[in-house]
Design a binder for this molecule. Structure first.
Ligand code: NBG
Length: 845
């Protein structure tokens, strides 16, 4: 624009400015050859890390190399933003309280296509990528499935060139680090930001968010009655952006995580009075909001701080969207045409009331317009059927923290119920059930109800789950607006979960069918034509064995435990929860153990049972389940009679990076939740893609995995969801199953009388007694069927050609479970945004 003052200068146009920016950018573009990467690495070691390469630690090298990768990300990031502006695209805003990203370095290299060049550059410097990458602390900003799903979605969104901003919270302490001491889980704090985070860039424009206070009415300049909120406390939200590159595309989207700060971080009046602590009190209090992730996934703790976290990041995100919208000179009446906001569970659903407030109170819009826009903007994904996970806030707590929002929610509720009364006259029971304000016992704001009422679309995450939402959990709403509901079966990104996790398997597949499967996982079907080729099956098997050997080496190095890679690796990794039934798995192990001991089981299939997963710190029963696993491990692993047959391992601190090591090494995937309880499950998909065979119930995504793999390539057992519901209705008595089954009695009695616990009859008693008296998740009811199916698994495993074929067919038929497929469905049905053309054929063949 400096041109404009000069004579003869070309007239300013948007195009000329863009051209100029492009030229400058091209001149500054970071090079991508091995030589350029090596130079850039050495430079960053000096200028960014402040430690010349020659005398640096691996951790310092990790920081230097990350800076190299970040430079390259930034080039594409700025180009992506430009291209969105030029094309005036519709933007997806994905709102999620959790993102379980996993380490960035190797993933970003893979997606940028720079892995080979970087390895070459490092080789020239006599360095190796693996130990450097292993230094990266994992950003554990999530608990489990829900947070990891958000991370897979970000990868697919970028890969499919969809304009998205992921919004969330930048917790200073993510999910705790788990240690196992004497078989008990111990939680340690996760200091992932301790040495700085090279992947994030702070934004210089903060937003303010209010809490507490009161509301007022006043007349505006036109004499209209208006409302406003006078907060009693304010905090500042600062955004940190993490670039999210797509795979083999120029698109780099951003993940925008908010951190809280005091509006005035230092109180000089207090300081001058000698009150040194008082001077930073506001700072400490405000920063608490983004301090720590609540470490519970399926049970909501109704703590005020959690609601503060949710409102804080949601409000910042909506203010950010509005600011971008206005800076594009667009009227707010067009907000829903520009933005599609996805609520990842109810955690950000307070956004519905907040957008209403922002539009009405701050931007002078009338109720009807604001409501039309709000409802056309939001869509809601439900992730759980467990009643204890459905968020409900006591009205008093809510109204105290967010008084204006409570008023707005009352008014939304009133409009909504008026409309429903017209549609369902004389049906007071239905009105009570549908009300956003729950009146049973303590009055509560029911966030799932608010989310459904305020959204244009509602979805579940697997077919069975969506069906149960429609017919049970959200039935009244489904009857009122069936068109709003749809299913979007979850998926996972094959980039992290195959290419990065098992490069050897990936090479074998590339060599056999080419590389188009990287962006179109249905292409794996081409592997099927090799399923009767003994030579190929042999290679497939060898690849699996190598993965197991690698994992065994890892366990040897980190835990000093020797695994036998020839034994079947039977794996259950996921959060520890009664409904996921890790204890059912242990009961089977003990049953096999008992039969070996008494000589009734001849020649059992050697197995290594691997467990991993965290228990919510306040979930006593889940912690006892870990103790149960470790107790069984202790007894079995120290018994010389079974040394070469059975081994049980609890892998501490299950995480994304540990998952990357385990999935390729698994033979058998344990998906044994009580039917009707696991919304989807996504671990099951990662196992399948890597060629593990599943033993599972008809629950969540298992049903669809079995459909795809073929019933003959899946080990099915257990009661179905309707059978479980019947059993519950008729009054389930676990004792009946205990009395009926000698096998079950043997195991339960052995746990009670100390035979399986080295004589200790007390520690596990609460768990054992709970199973015998209540058994809320029908473990005893499914025990016999599970044990019988496991015997079939054992036999099948010994038939090497058969097992290899099953393994291959599972991987070949896993195409549906790519998150690319899931994201295409969201784009087409809910967000109404186009996906990249060059890969638009990645649909079911
Ligand atoms: C979890 C479900 C899983 C599902 C993931 C992702 C929560 C609240 N729910 O079954 O338990 O796969 O969400 O949808 O974490």
């Amino acid at each position: 624009m400096a041109f404009q003052d000069q004579e003869n200068a070309p007239a300013y146009t948007l195009e000329s400015e863009q051209q100029q920016t492009e030229t400058i950018r091209n001149e500054n573009r970071a090079g991508t050859s091995a030589e350029e990467i090596a130079v850039s690495f050495k430079n960053h070691m000096v200028h960014t890390v402040g430690r010349p390469l020659e005398n640096s630690t691996e951790l310092e090298k990790y920081h230097g190399l990350s800076a190299v990768v970040r430079d390259r990300l930034m080039d594409q990031w700025l180009e992506t933003i430009d291209s969105y502006l030029k094309r005036d695209v519709r933007v997806v805003a994905y709102l999620s309280a959790e993102y379980l990203l996993g380490p960035h370095l190797e993933n970003d290299l893979l997606n940028l296509g720079l892995t080979a060049e970087t390895k070459e550059a490092l080789q020239k410097l006599e360095l190796d990528l693996t130990p450097i990458a292993d230094e990266e602390p994992e950003p554990g900003l999530g608990n489990g499935g829900l947070g990891r799903l958000a991370a897979c979605f970000m990868d697919s969104l970028s890969t499919l060139d969809v304009p998205v901003i992921g919004y969330g919270l930048r917790y200073e302490f993510g999910i705790f680090r788990q240690e196992i001491v004497n078989g008990w889980q111990i939680e340690k704090s996760d200091k992932w930001l301790q040495f700085g985070n090279p992947w994030e860039i702070p934004s210089m424009e903060p937003f303010e968010v209010g809490f507490f206070g009161h509301t007022e009415t006043y007349n505006d300049a036109q004499g209209l009655l208006r409302h406003r909120w006078v907060p009693g406390q304010k905090v500042k939200g600062i955004a940190y952006d993490t670039p999210i590159p797509g795979y083999q595309t120029d698109t780099v989207n951003r993940l925008r995580l908010w951190t809280s700060e005091a509006v005035d971080s230092f109180d000089f009046t207090a300081f001058n009075k000698g009150d040194y602590f008082g001077a930073v009190e506001a700072k400490v209090e405000s920063e608490t909001i983004s301090k720590v992730l609540y470490p519970s996934d399926e049970k909501i703790e109704g703590k005020r701080l959690r609601l503060m976290q949710q409102f804080f990041f949601t409000s910042c995100s909506l203010q950010d969207m509005i600011q971008i919208h206005l800076s594009l000179k667009k009227p707010l009446t067009e907000f829903s045409a520009k933005w599609s906001v996805q609520l990842n569970d109810t955690h950000p659903s307070i956004g519905i009331a907040e957008l209403m407030r922002l539009l009405m109170d701050d931007h002078a819009m009338g109720w009807d317009d604001a409501w039309r826009i709000t409802q056309a903007t939001f869509a809601y994904t439900n992730h759980t059927l467990l009643p204890e996970a459905l968020e409900r806030w006591p009205v008093d707590l809510f109204g105290n923290l967010l008084p204006r929002h409570l008023e707005i929610i009352y008014e939304i509720n009133q409009h909504f119920l008026d409309e429903m009364r017209k549609r369902f006259p004389n049906d007071d029971a239905r009105m009570r059930r549908m009300s956003i304000i729950g009146e049973d016992g303590e009055r509560t704001v029911q966030m799932a109800h608010l989310a459904v009422v305020g959204s244009k679309a509602v979805n579940g995450v697997a077919e069975l789950h969506t069906h149960l939402l429609e017919t049970v959990t959200l039935r009244d709403y489904y009857e009122a607006f069936p068109e709003r509901f749809s299913n979007k079966t979850n998926g996972v990104t094959p980039r992290r979960w195959i290419l990065l996790s098992d490069p050897e398997l990936s090479s074998l597949i590339n060599e056999t069918i080419g590389t188009s499967w990287h962006k179109d996982l249905f292409k794996l079907r081409a592997l099927e034509s090799h399923s009767d080729d003994a030579g190929f099956l042999h290679r497939w098997r060898a690849t699996q064995e190598n993965a197991k050997a690698r994992f065994a080496r890892f366990v040897q190095e980190t835990m000093d435990i020797t695994l036998d890679p020839r034994s079947m690796f039977d794996v259950q990794v996921k959060r520890i929860h009664e409904y996921k039934r890790q204890h059912l798995n242990v009961l089977h192990i003990l049953s096999v153990y008992a039969q070996i001991k008494d000589g009734t089981l001849k020649d059992p299939t050697p197995r290594t049972f691997l467990f991993g997963g965290k228990a919510a710190p306040s979930y006593t029963m889940a912690k006892l389940m870990i103790k149960l696993i470790c107790t069984a491990a202790d007894v079995i692993n120290s018994d010389p009679q079974v040394r070469d047959i059975l081994k049980v391992i609890f892998l501490p601190n299950y995480s994304v990076s540990l998952g990357q090591r385990i999935y390729p090494a698994a033979d058998l995937s344990e998906q044994i939740s009580t039917a009707g309880f696991e919304a989807s499950g996504t671990g099951c998909m990662k196992f399948m893609m890597n060629g593990a065979v599943t033993i599972g119930t008809l629950d969540g995504a298992n049903i669809e995995i079995r459909e795809e793999a073929g019933a003959e390539n899946f080990f099915l057992f257990g009661l179905t969801a309707p059978q479980i519901a019947d059993l519950k209705r008729d009054g389930y008595n676990p004792r009946i199953f205990y009395d009926r089954s000698p096998r079950l009695r043997e195991v339960m009695d052995g746990l009670r009388d100390g035979r399986f616990t080295k004589g200790d009859r007390d520690t596990l008693a609460p768990l054992v007694n709970n199973l015998l008296s209540v058994d809320p998740y029908f473990v005893l009811a499914d025990f016999d069927a599970y044990v019988a199916k496991q015997a079939e698994v054992g036999t099948a495993y010994l038939d090497v050609p058969r097992w290899s074929r099953m393994s291959l067919l599972n991987a070949a038929r896993s195409g549906k479970f790519s998150s690319d497929r899931t994201i295409r469905e969201y784009c087409a049905d809910i967000w109404k945004v186009p996906v990249a053309e060059q890969v638009a054929n990645g649909l079911r063949p």
